[in-house]
Ligand binder design. Structure first.
Ligand SMILES: Cc1ncc(COP(=O)(O)O)c(C=O)c1O
Length: 406
């Protein structure tokens, strides 16, 4: 049997959502429906209705092996907004059910026992636990809060070994909402190129940047090296997680071919219904509207959380996030980090608010003590109502939450 660690964040949310009146545990802006793809401004009702009726009459064959051409063309267009970069074509894209499977296929395909991977940290657990379960050696490339969650490029150079096959980054980052700017991406590429190492960039929150200008580009828009892979999906930046469509994008045909081969073992093809709906969602006018909606919501809501953090400055702090509707908040009492699992458990029990404990879901129990991931992608009034409950908890129950003293 394959040895694989429990997937903490999913397990936490799955086992606790039922008791939550207010969820701040999710990492995307509030979900949209298919009806929401109809634009109130441009009235594309016909377009949506036609797409829906063509699903109803479409013979349900397996569909194309790399994904539908129409959808792959829409995905390729997402990478073509950066005029400085060579446009991508459909040959550079493979569809997957979500970014989860995109990451799974890339990691499974490009790593084997005895290979070494360097993974940015903290990040989404899949990106380091899966390589470990494959038998790869994993080095965590650690960002520190005191440096504003910046990554140290000298440290990256020191982590490289003769068997390093992959550098894994996540931009913007889950759980901190930090972002790697273009200059950092350029330097990471320079280092990788010198050792012929492939880079996987999980860009599932790209291009949702609410507080940084200019926003960082996709890694695929930074030129000069082909051994780059980006993964993404409709789940986060587009608020359509229930359309289980994601993708792998790379300029390197060998990487695409290898992933297509692995994909055949895992799924043959994607749901034709999902691919059809995804193509509808990724039409240019709709993409622009969804990104504007989510950026505006995140921009408004990050200010609400900032006010909460300022009001409770004696008990919590964060490095204000710049991308993705998530932030990593540390709660302390008398200068000591609170037991974040207890904090989240009691907050849920007493006030019905679900948060994600950092030390359990993004660390090994010792890293990120006192931290919680706070998702602020809900509608603003829901976020405010949830933060009112957290405030009441701090007023009434906080002194009883245990702290870490060593
Ligand atoms: C960084 C990151 N990558 C990938 C995923 C998986 O997303 P999905 O499979 O819904 O596209 C998530 C989900 O939380 C994530 O945070």
């Amino acid at each position: 049997m394959v040895k694989i660690d429990p997937f903490e964040v999913d397990h936490w949310i799955l086992t606790r959502s039922a008791g939550a009146k207010h969820s701040l545990a999710h990492s995307y802006c509030s979900a949209l429906s298919i009806n929401d793809l109809v634009s109130p401004q441009s009235d594309n009702t016909n377009e949506v209705e036609n797409a829906w009726s063509s699903i109803l009459s479409k013979p349900m064959e397996y569909g194309p092996m790399k994904g539908s051409s129409a959808l792959r063309s829409r995905i390729a267009d997402l990478y073509s907004s950066d005029a400085a970069a060579e446009p991508l074509s459909i040959e550079n894209i493979v569809t997957t059910p979500g970014a989860s499977l995109a990451n799974f296929l890339v990691l499974f395909t490009l790593l084997g026992p005895g290979d070494h991977a360097i993974v940015q940290y903290p990040t989404y657990q899949q990106l380091y636990s899966l390589p470990t379960s494959i038998g790869a050696e994993v080095s965590l490339w650690k960002a520190h809060e005191e440096d504003g969650w910046r990554l140290d490029l000298d440290e990256l150079k020191e982590l490289i070994r003769p068997n390093t096959k992959l550098i894994v980054i996540n931009n913007p980052v889950n759980p901190t909402g930090a972002a790697l700017p273009r200059s950092t991406l350029e330097q990471i590429i320079q280092i990788a190129r010198a050792h012929s190492i492939t880079i996987l960039s999980d860009e599932v929150y790209h291009p949702l940047y609410h507080s940084v200008s200019p926003p960082p580009p996709s890694i695929l828009s930074v030129s000069g090296y082909d051994k780059l892979v980006a993964t993404s999906s409709l789940s986060k930046a587009f608020s359509l997680a229930g359309i289980r469509v994601g993708w792998i994008a790379s300029r390197d045909p060998a990487i695409i071919d290898l992933c297509v081969n692995s994909r055949s073992y895992a799924l043959i093809t994607l749901s034709q219904v999902d691919e059809h709906l995804a193509e509808l969602a990724l039409r240019p006018a709709t993409v622009q509207r969804l990104i504007e909606r989510n950026t505006e919501l995140a921009r408004r809501n990050v200010r609400v959380v900032q006010e909460f953090v300022d009001r409770h400055a004696a008990n919590c702090r964060w490095v204000a996030p710049v991308g993705a509707p998530i932030g990593f908040v540390q709660f302390v009492r008398d200068g000591k980090p609170v037991d974040d699992v207890e904090f989240c458990t009691r907050l849920l029990e007493k006030r019905g608010v679900l948060l994600v404990p950092g030390s359990k879901c993004f660390g090994d129990g010792t890293d990120f003590r006192g931290y919680v991931r706070l998702g602020f992608g809900e509608e603003t009034e829901h976020l405010e109502a949830a933060l009112d409950e957290v405030h009441a908890f701090i007023e009434e129950e906080y002194d009883d939450v245990p702290v870490f003293s060593d």
